[in-house]
Design a protein around this ligand. Structure first.
Ligand code: 4NP
Length: 155
């Protein structure tokens, strides 16, 4: 059975495209033929259609992960039926998702680092320097290892 996972942040140009790219890359490497589909979206609409932030693209590329082809989009009400699991980068994103979610939606909502980490939030690096993007990359890569440790079903 295929499983669909959506990662959501505010702009869909920094944290969630990094998570989408890292999770897909690591799972493809470790488990070719897996049936998990990843996507990402933002609660905001401002960056829809845009590629990830240049710093996110550069930091990911430095670790062998190509996210340059991703394009931002805003989360939709249909996402709550299409996805099995929707992961929020921070508590504000999670609160927004809970407000948007139709009652009895299919998708389970969770904080990304509560699902695949020790809890807490993925901090927004947008107003910060490239080091902040490196720290976000490291957090998300550790989350990808947790995801992989969840054999055989990572979702
Ligand atoms: P993200 O970062 O939520 O990790 O994609 C942000 C990107 C853009 C904005 C905020 C956060 N913005 O306000 O434009």
């Amino acid at each position: 059975m295929s499983r669909r996972v959506l990662v959501v942040c505010l702009g869909n140009i920094c944290r969630s495209p990094l998570a989408e790219g890292i999770f897909r890359h690591r799972l493809d490497q470790a488990r070719p033929g897996h049936r998990v589909e990843f996507d990402s979206a933002g609660t905001g609409h401002w960056h829809a259609g845009q590629p990830p932030d240049t710093r996110a693209i550069a930091v990911a590329a430095g670790h062998g992960v190509d996210i340059s082809g991703l394009r931002a989009r805003q989360v939709t009400v249909e996402d709550f039926e299409r996805f099995d699991l929707i992961l929020a980068a921070d508590r504000s994103n999670l609160a927004d998702l809970r407000r948007l979610s139709p009652p009895q939606a299919r998708a389970r909502l969770a904080l990304l680092l509560e699902e695949y980490g020790d809890g807490g939030e993925v901090p927004d690096p947008y107003q910060h320097d490239r080091d902040a993007f490196e720290r976000v990359f490291a957090m998300l890569d550790a989350a990808a290892r947790r995801l992989l440790d969840r054999q055989p079903d990572p979702v």
